[in-house]
Ligand binder design. Structure first.
Ligand SMILES: [Zn+2]
Length: 189
């Protein structure tokens, strides 16, 4: 595996960071005893792979992605993937679902939390320059729908626009800030 883009000195948005900024919820971290990773339909990763999620940036091949899930960013694991793209590049929904939360955080900047149709999984898009016009919470989206544009909001380096993309298995449906991260590099295959 080749090391990811040179962003390793940057603290990225993480679940923990989201938790500290979410209202009225106690501290939490990735839950080791979260719902078992295997179900009748397979592991969470297999379920995601069966969705045949699309890469959120058009023209980016999987072979060009850099795995960085386990890299250290700031005080924790990255638990996401970074896709470098020019500022203003359209960001598309990786799959069908609904916009769960539009949220601005110190590290993630302008972000979208999108639930999958089952409500079990959440797709997280961060450092957006701006949202797609009219995007709103509760809005149904299809795979490939425009949700926003690549930027450097939050703690992204101003000269390195990129999409920070993460996937969580939600601990409870509707709780967009709490879940177990799953490596998008593997899920997007
Ligand atoms: Zn990142």
């Amino acid at each position: 595996m080749v090391p990811g883009p040179t962003l390793s000195d940057v603290a990225e948005p993480t679940e923990a960071e989201v938790v500290t900024t979410a209202p009225a919820i106690g501290p939490t971290t990735t839950v080791p005893d979260a719902p078992a990773a295997s179900t009748l339909a397979g592991t969470d990763l297999e379920i995601l792979q069966q969705k045949r999620l699309r890469i959120p940036i058009d023209g980016t091949l999987h072979a060009a992605l850099q795995p960085s899930f386990d890299q250290t960013r700031g005080t924790g694991r990255h638990e996401a993937i970074d896709i470098l793209a020019t500022r203003g590049t359209p960001v598309h929904a990786v799959g069908a679902g609904v916009v769960g939360k539009l949220f601005t955080s110190v590290r993630g900047g302008l972000t979208v939390y999108q639930y999958d149709p089952s409500g079990m999984f959440c797709y997280y898009y961060a450092h957006l320059d701006r949202y797609a016009e009219g995007l709103r919470e509760g809005q149904a989206v299809g795979a490939g729908d425009l949700i926003g544009y690549v930027g450097t909001t939050g703690n992204a380096p101003p000269d390195t626009p990129h999409l920070h993309f993460a996937i969580f298995r939600l601990t409870e449906p509707g709780r967009w800030w709490k879940g177990t991260p799953i490596d998008p590099y593997l899920a997007l295959r």
